[in-house]
Design a protein around this ligand. Structure first.
Ligand code: NAD
Ligand code: MG
Length: 388
């Protein structure tokens, strides 16, 4: 059998939850992957440790105040240090890697990902905001540059896996599962008082702060509906959400004959990360396995959209399209930031997003620059409402 060449991975957001787990996968498979580029916004100590361990060609530190420390720590190594926001795009344009793991959180991930696509690099996509903001342009450029976009988000990885071998078969609908987050079953009179630390305690997954809050508000599932629309070329009405608190069944596809395919397993992001990095191969690992012999009930229920109104707002953006998902995303990033800094309450996040969506003028077919402008306008307006 021919040996598969080592895949050189650029980890954008290597110090985050996804980035760290990806490095574990890479470290366990040195014959298959190398970490060629590592990037971090401000976690200088962790970036230095990662660089000393994985010996990348390049690291990027976003925060310029941390640059000297990183440069000094890596001065005797072969790792080159790039600094600042623009360095992300500069490095994404280089030819020293095969695949980008897009694991930066939020809108900041869009430009480097677009740059990698222009350079013909395969994308393992964790950064769902990239598709929420400008999914039409990202997918079109991926097609033009013949770039595969392999989802890392567990639900989308599940659907992607279910669609293997179904090229000619039409999808009737997809069903995205949602754990419901830490506040499943709670009502507004409870949610009005919840604070940051409680919202960050997800029952099934350990994730970065922003996505943890998004999971608690169900905005994460709304963003994932929009992500799915672009990844799988679906109509909004083909995308359904069901609450599945155990997070064992990671999502389903229903075909035209009514047959459903699902992908299952324990909730462990290393699995979809490894799948995306190794695609189209499956490679062995020692991750824990789900055991049907243990007493365990898998349950499903409707989301409570009267309480978790973010899902309604995201659906509105999904159906209306244009720049509305971009505006929703920007307002949500401001809302989550303000909530994490104890500046607004849990339920205030939804009001802030709704008012911003009503304020920013609608554009039906935005150009890329108009997405950037809509993002900036939505951020400024949302921040002004709460005097941030
Ligand atoms: P995280 O907050 O743990 O890590 C974010 C990473 O991005 C860090 O390396 C940080 O240095 C970098 N970063 C943050 N702001 C930046 C900026 N302005 N410019 C450049 N780099 C910046 O986040 P995470 O939980 O790893 O999530 C990353 C992405 O993956 C998100 O889009 C999230 O929605 C998606 N995702 C995460 C999970 C999960 O289990 N954590 C699951 C599915 C999808
Ligand atoms: Mg997900």
């Amino acid at each position: 059998m021919n040996k598969v060449p080592v895949k050189r991975i650029a980890l954008f957001g290597s110090t985050g939850s996804i980035g760290r787990q990806a490095l574990e996968v890479i470290g366990s498979n040195p014959d298959k992957f190398t970490a060629e580029i590592l990037t971090a916004q401000s976690s200088d100590d962790l970036l230095i440790m990662q660089a000393l361990k994985y010996k990348p060609n390049i690291v990027v530190i976003g925060d310029e105040k941390k640059a000297n420390k990183v440069k000094q720590a890596l001065a005797t190594t072969n790792t080159k240090v790039f600094v600042g926001e623009n360095a992300l795009e500069e490095v994404a344009a280089l030819d020293c890697y095969d695949m980008m793991l897009a694991a930066i959180v939020g809108f900041a991930g869009l430009k480097p990902t677009l740059q990698a696509i222009e350079g013909g690099k395969a994308i393992a996509l964790a950064n769902k905001e990239t598709l929420v903001v400008a999914g039409d342009i990202v997918m079109q450029r991926a097609v033009e540059n013949k770039v595969p976009i392999i989802p890392v988000d567990s639900e989308h990885s599940a659907i992607f896996q279910c669609l293997i071998g179904e090229t000619r078969n039409k999808i009737e609908k997809i069903i995205l599962t949602a754990s419901g987050g830490p506040f499943l079953g709670k009502k507004p009179n409870y949610l009005v008082n919840v604070k940051r630390d409680h919202a960050l305690q997800h029952p099934n997954w350990q994730m970065g702060a922003k996505i943890s809050v998004d999971s608690a508000t169900l905005m994460n599932k709304g963003l994932e509906m929009i992500e799915a629309k672009w990844l799988f070329n679906l109509k909004p009405e083909q995308i359904q959400v069901v609450i599945h608190p155990q997070s064992i069944l990671h999502s389903m596809v229903q075909f035209e004959d009514g047959a459903m395919k699902a992908q299952m397993g324990l909730p462990d992001m290393k699995l979809p990360i490894q799948y995306a990095l190794a695609f189209p191969q499956r490679i062995p690992n020692t991750f824990p396995r789900y055991d049907f012999k243990k007493p365990n009930t898998l349950s499903f229920e409707e989301p409570d959209i009267k309480t978790f109104r973010n899902l309604v707002l995201a659906k509105e953006a999904l159906f209306k399209g244009g720049n509305l998902p971009c505006v929703l995303n920007a307002a949500n990033e401001i809302a989550v930031f303000a909530f994490l800094h104890n500046r607004i309450g849990f339920l205030d996040m939804t009001d802030l997003i709704e008012r911003t969506m009503q304020h920013v003028p609608f554009i039906e077919h935005p150009r890329l620059e108009e997405y950037f402008d809509s993002d900036a306008e939505a951020r400024n307006f949302a921040a002004s409402l709460i005097k941030l």
